[in-house]
Design a protein around this ligand. Structure first.
Ligand SMILES: Cc1ncc(C[n+]2csc(CCOP(=O)(O)OP(=O)(O)O)c2C)c(N)n1
Ligand SMILES: [Mg+2]
Length: 795
């Protein structure tokens, strides 16, 4: 153990050096003419150097997973470099093209990042939901050949201002969270300032209230020894009473300043003056900086003592910028060391010029011993950390029975209910979740069949009391639905955790989450985060748009189709008919499992690379089309559009519609058939994929692949240039407005731009200009000809 501590002390020093050098190199030394010198790393990283040294080199096991505080990325990469998982080239290119990423990234870094971080608060919650996911997987009897891991978040103290952390905390308590550590880097500084006094007490109470153990590491071992000296108790009291800004200021000012201040305030109190006097300025500074979070023995003891599966919060007192000249300064967040400061630091670290990247340069322990130590680090013992899981076979077709008049939301419920009926591996791997809208998004049928998940079984009291109820609300370890509280942030972070199970647990899940479409915005950053990490899931957003009529403007979504188009890693669909939905869902369950493939030249989409899927559905019952599903139609639905009525060669106008306003589009085409030639009707099932294919095909042509054609270009191949296009959807009109640019046609995009309100469907469609009449009026405006007889005067 003594030997271990000695090696860890050496590595702590080395990690701090390498991280500081990486940042310095990126900001001062590398050829960089864009003038973008951004800090926010140096001081923040140094704050966690000791804690991360203790964790990665001594405490963590291969099965443990970590979300590293975003700005501690250089420390993380330095540790991986010492463990042989990161290259010097990438460290030299830190923050540069193809270099180590500024914030740890699962997909862009090569050194086995468990969870990406960047937008503060999200990585923290991700560990909690990953722990629940691990419980889910194991309770279903999967992955039992692997040891159970612990999910660990390294948390900035100001990061705890993010509300999503508390939303997660409450959910964790409800779900019986285990195996989760949150280690708070309590440096009492945020980006701009010093945090409020006494925050730790609030945190302590809060975490205890939610059933967590709380361990406070305030004083380091040097301080604890000093407190036992005569006068030591007075020193402790002084430390306890010292306001955060003053402590930070004195850390920055150094030993002489500590001496003056301590002498002024407690120096006349007998024994304590001796305690101060017998130390040099440097020794005094070392003592006062020796907070728990910078003391290896205290950290190791605390971590090793927490040898159980209880959720535990460690509040570790630290100094932001520890060991660097900017330590403690309130402005240090973006602080960079000057060339002169780095030179002094280099000398103090015993690093010779030209040997800055040598792993053991300047250390006093012989390299062989350090090698031997590193070879035995438990964390690195089990090889690659990103796991794989085989794909689950998905039925080629889903064929639910549905009514002649029905909605996509009802169809979705019927589809999942059908899947839930079968005893297949496919059905077993599906896990559904919803933030308190399970019943109102039609997941109830599936949940009735497959049950709710909880580690401990819980009977449905209504059922046991024999009170009739439509829904069977029984919890068991075999259940396949995770019921969440209302917080949409939690939905997306849980989907992120479930959707990474193949990589984290080596066991694939097929997650399906539901919520109301407008509330996507509520969890949007978490959705973006899930996609950024390449988590795989299907999110079903229903109901949507002003089609929600009577519910009014607070529940009617407008911008979501644009989110669906713009969100990377998410293929978005808005089908009008249930047979389309069935095709899309069968495709989606396979798509979320794909990885690594090339872009397809067929449609210029990344179908073989895979991603997540967003389905925007509706509660509006519409008359279904009775038709056979052909292979060709199936493919076109998935590619994004098909002709419901193919325009002739002399077509004057085309109506392109998406989603639940299909009946209005069909009616409009009928109304103008006598007065405009060859009217076409394009059913757009995915504006997102249609647009993405078009963009990619253009890019391919610009690179010389002259024959590249996207699906939409093929659809429009015979449309004459004079033909006008009216686009329409229950969402923002920009979603389809670009269609005019494909073949250079005039376009009039209809949709919803302003907050909705209550009313009947007819009232609202008329008011917002997406009813049949508005479509006809738009067609008349852009496709001149004789007056369209059926056009009524618009109100
Ligand atoms: C959601 C989000 N908002 C703002 C930021 C910008 N930001 C990065 S770090 C930071 C302050 C972090 O303070 P703390 O968590 O205490 O970390 P420290 O740097 O003190 O270690 C802020 C505001 C961010 N990364 N994410
Ligand atoms: Mg802080």
């Amino acid at each position: 153990m003594t030997d271990d501590i000695a090696a860890l002390r050496e590595l702590e020093k080395k990690v701090l050096w390498l991280a500081s050098w990486t940042i310095h190199n990126a900001n001062h030394l590398r050829e960089n003419d864009d003038g973008l010198k951004v800090g926010g790393h140096q001081a923040s990283s140094a704050s966690l150097a000791t804690i991360m040294t203790a964790l990665y080199f001594a405490v963590l096991r291969p099965q443990d997973r970590v979300a590293v505080k975003p700005h501690a990325s250089p420390i993380f990469h330095a540790i991986q470099y010492l463990l042989g998982k990161q290259t010097r080239e990438r460290l030299e290119a830190f923050r540069g093209y193809k270099g180590a990423q500024s914030y740890p990234s699962r997909t862009k870094d090569v050194d086995d990042v468990d969870f990406s971080t960047g937008s503060v608060g999200l990585g923290v919650a991700q560990t909690l939901f990953s722990s629940l996911t691990q419980d889910y997987v194991r309770a279903h009897g999967w992955g039992l050949d692997r040891p159970e891991g612990r999910m660990v978040a390294l948390v900035g103290d100001a990061e705890l201002d993010e509300g999503n952390i508390f939303e997660a905390l409450l959910e964790g308590w409800k779900q019986g969270l285990r195996n989760c550590w949150w280690i708070i880097d309590y440096n009492r500084q945020s980006l701009d300032a010093v945090v409020r006094e006494g925050l730790w007490e609030r945190y302590e109470q809060l975490f205890k209230n939610f059933g967590w153990d709380v361990v406070i590491l305030k004083y380091g071992s040097l301080q604890q020894t000093a407190f036992k000296e005569p006068g030591g108790e007075k020193l402790r009291q002084w430390i306890d009473n010292c306001p955060n800004p003053l402590y930070s200021a004195l850390v920055f000012a150094g030993g002489a300043a500590w001496r003056n201040r301590l002498n002024d305030e407690i120096g006349n109190q007998g024994d304590v003056s001796l305690l101060i006097d017998k130390r040099s300025d440097d020794q005094l500074a070392t003592l006062m900086n020796n907070l728990g979070g910078h003391d290896l023995p205290s950290l190791l003891e605390a971590f090793h003592n927490a040898d159980n599966d209880r959720p535990t919060c460690f509040i570790c007192y630290t100094v932001k910028g520890f060991g660097l000249p900017m330590a403690g300064h309130k402005d240090n967040h973006a602080g960079l060391m000057t060339l002169a400061q780095m030179e002094t630091f280099r000398q103090a670290m015993g690093v010779r010029p030209g040997h800055e990247w040598d792993p053991f340069e300047g250390l006093s322990m012989p390299p062989e011993r350090l090698h031997t130590f590193l070879d035995r680090v438990p964390f690195a013992a089990a090889g690659a950390r990103l796991l794989q899981a085989p794909q689950i076979e998905v039925p080629a077709e889903l064929r639910p029975a549905f009514q002649a008049v029905t909605s996509t939301q009802t169809g979705f419920g019927a589809l999942l209910n059908d899947i839930g009926r079968a005893d297949s591996e496919f059905a077993r791997r599906i896990v559904t979740t919803s933030p308190d809208v399970t019943v109102s998004t039609n997941l109830g049928g599936f949940v009735n069949r497959r049950g709710l998940f909880a580690r401990q079984a819980m009977a449905d009291t209504f059922k046991s009391e024999r009170i009739p109820s439509t829904f069977n609300w029984e919890f068991s370890p075999k259940g396949q639905h995770i019921e969440l509280g209302i917080a949409e942030m939690n939905l997306f972070i849980l989907l992120s955790a479930l959707g990474l199970s193949h990589s984290i647990n080596g066991e694939r899940l097929l997650p399906v989450g539901t919520l109301y479409d407008p509330f996507i915005a509520r969890g949007l950053d978490a959705l973006n985060y899930a996609c950024y990490q390449d988590a795989r899931f299907i999110v079903v957003a229903t109901p949507s748009g002003i089609t929600l009529a009577g519910e009014g403007g607070a529940h009617q979504s407008i911008a979501e189709p644009l989110i669906g188009m713009a969100q990377d890693g998410l293929a978005s669909f808005e089908p009008a008919y249930v047979d389309e939905l069935a095709v899309i869902m069968a495709w989606a369950f396979a798509y979320i499992q794909k990885s690594g493939g090339e872009m397809s030249e067929r449609n210029w989409l990344r179908d073989e690379t895979g991603g997540s899927v967003y389905l925007r559905l509706s509660t509006r019952p519409i008359e279904q089309i009775s038709r056979a599903m052909t292979q060709e139609l199936r493919q076109q639905i998935v590619d994004g559009a098909y002709w419901l009525r193919k325009p002739g060669p002399n077509s004057q106008v085309i109506v392109a519609y998406t989603g639940a306003i299909a009946p209005e589009a069909i009616a409009a085409v009928g109304l103008m058939a006598e007065d405009r030639r060859d009217v076409g009707l394009l059913a757009v099932t995915s504006a997102d994929r249609l647009n993405a294919g078009w963009t990619a095909a253009q890019r391919a042509r610009e690179r010389g692949l002259v024959h590249a054609r996207s699906h939409v270009e093929r659809l429009f191949a015979d449309v004459p240039a004079h033909c006008g296009i009216v686009t329409v959807l229950d969402g923002h009109p920009a979603t389809l407005a670009w269609l005019g640019a494909v073949g250079g046609n005039r376009v009039r995009p209809l949709g919803v731009e302003h907050f909705g309100q209550t009313g009947s469907l007819a009232d609202l469609y008329r008011h917002y200009g997406i009813d049949a009449n508005a479509i006809v009026a738009a067609a008349q405006a852009i496709a001149p000809g004789r007056p369209i007889r059926h056009l009524k005067a618009l109100p």
